[in-house]
Design a protein. Structure first.
Length: 172
């Protein structure tokens, strides 16, 4: 009897999830033309954290950051050309976690080919393609931070599109 009740509760939860998913998909398809669909972020409430200002960035000179908290190191980059997920007037500013999704080694920026490289087992991630893995052992792309830039040029991180290495939830 108890078991049947649990199955029933589970079924209702599943159906509710399905309804929400369909509603989300429907909402995503009615965006005005030219608008970009937001990547769902696992319904977490991310903090908005100031990372810097447009005036402080130079092309190919990375800035060390921490997001969503100080224990999650990342990198803020101005690439000089518009890229996927790029923010700012030129669409060329991106930010990523620098913890390798494989086993958490700290990644190093390589300006020559616009990749973040792992010294542990040599995975590589393309900073111009939303952190897409281009080689190696990792089984997910590099977490990219969603950026917003205000009228004063201040750059804020407001979300993450993949799970940061070593975390069960990006927001602790
Ligand atoms: Fe980066 Fe293994 S820790 S590839």
């Amino acid at each position: 009897m108890k078991c049947n009740r649990l199955v029933d509760v589970g079924r209702r939860q599943f159906l509710r999830g399905g309804v929400l998913g369909v509603a989300g998909a429907a909402a995503a398809t009615v965006l005005p033309s030219g608008a970009r669909a937001e990547t769902p972020r696992a319904m977490l409430d991310y903090p908005a954290a100031k990372l810097g200002n447009l005036a402080d960035l130079k092309v190919d000179v990375p800035v060390d950051i921490g997001y969503p908290d100080a224990d999650s190191p990342g990198i803020l980059l101005k690439l000089g050309t518009p890229v996927e997920g790029g923010a700012g007037p030129e669409g060329d500013i991106v930010a990523y976690s620098v913890l390798c999704p494989h086993k958490g080694y700290p990644l190093a920026w390589n300006a020559a080919d616009r990749t973040l490289n792992c010294p542990g087992h040599y995975s590589r991630f393309d900073a111009e393609k939303g952190g897409q893995q281009v080689w190696g052992h990792a089984t997910q792309n590099l977490p990219q931070f969603a950026l917003r830039i205000d009228e004063a040029g201040d750059i804020f991180a407001e979300g993450v599109d993949e799970l940061i290495y070593g975390r069960l939830s990006n927001v602790l």
